[in-house]
Design a protein around this ligand. Structure first.
Ligand code: NI
Length: 202
């Protein structure tokens, strides 16, 4: 084979490989494709041992038969947490009676400041059905690890002293402990409710 012919074949092969890679990427990114987090779903969520905002010790088994709607955050959060809890509250209202099958849980990543009483004030301002959870630093770390939640203390100027960086997904966990869906803090409550309804029924 002549050198130009070999080069033409090589260019063709490289072109085909690039086409295959592009088609593969389009397939993975197609609308409705399961996202990475959903694909690793079974690994998100798990056992936890914490204290609820009434001071009771609770675990993932404390809400039998219910779907857990779990969000990690902290009461001094300036925007993301209030936004997310506001949408959770909208979703609960939109679910109507089906909301009884859902237990929303707000787990603090700032147990130093978020006592049960502080959590109760915060979450019930959004919705009486949301339960705040706190614990020792170790208990909170273990729960965050189970949900693959990142958080980090960040020093700031002023009276607050520090803020918390944290990932902000809302997880829907089935009664069997399996991840069913997740939302960002930007998911609208109505969309959240629609998705939840698909798992809990009406
Ligand atoms: Ni926050």
């Amino acid at each position: 084979m002549s050198a130009p012919a070999r080069r033409a074949i090589l260019i063709l092969l490289v072109g085909l490989a690039m086409l295959a890679a592009t088609l593969g990427a389009l397939y993975l990114l197609r609308p409705g494709a399961p996202r990475l987090v959903e694909q690793v779903g079974p690994q998100i969520g798990g056992p936890f041992a914490l204290t609820d905002h009434e001071g009771r010790r609770v675990t993932q088994a404390s809400y039998p038969g219910r779907h857990l709607l779990v969000f990690f955050g902290f009461t001094h959060c300036p925007d993301v947490c209030p936004l997310a809890l506001g949408e959770v509250s909208v979703a609960l209202d939109a679910l109507g009676p089906a909301a009884a099958k859902v237990q929303p849980l707000f787990v603090t990543v700032d147990p130093e400041r978020d006592t049960p009483a502080a959590l109760k004030d915060f979450v019930t301002a959004f919705d009486d059905r949301i339960v705040g959870l706190t614990g020792s630093a170790e208990e909170v770390e273990a729960a965050a690890r189970a949900y693959r939640v990142y958080f980090k203390k960040v020093p700031v100027q002023g009276a607050l002293g520090y803020t918390m960086d944290h990932s902000a997904f809302v997880y829907l966990i089935g009664p069997g402990g399996k991840l069913e869906a997740f939302f960002t803090h930007e998911t609208k409550g109505d969309a959240m409710a629609q998705k939840i309804r698909g798992f809990v029924g009406s």
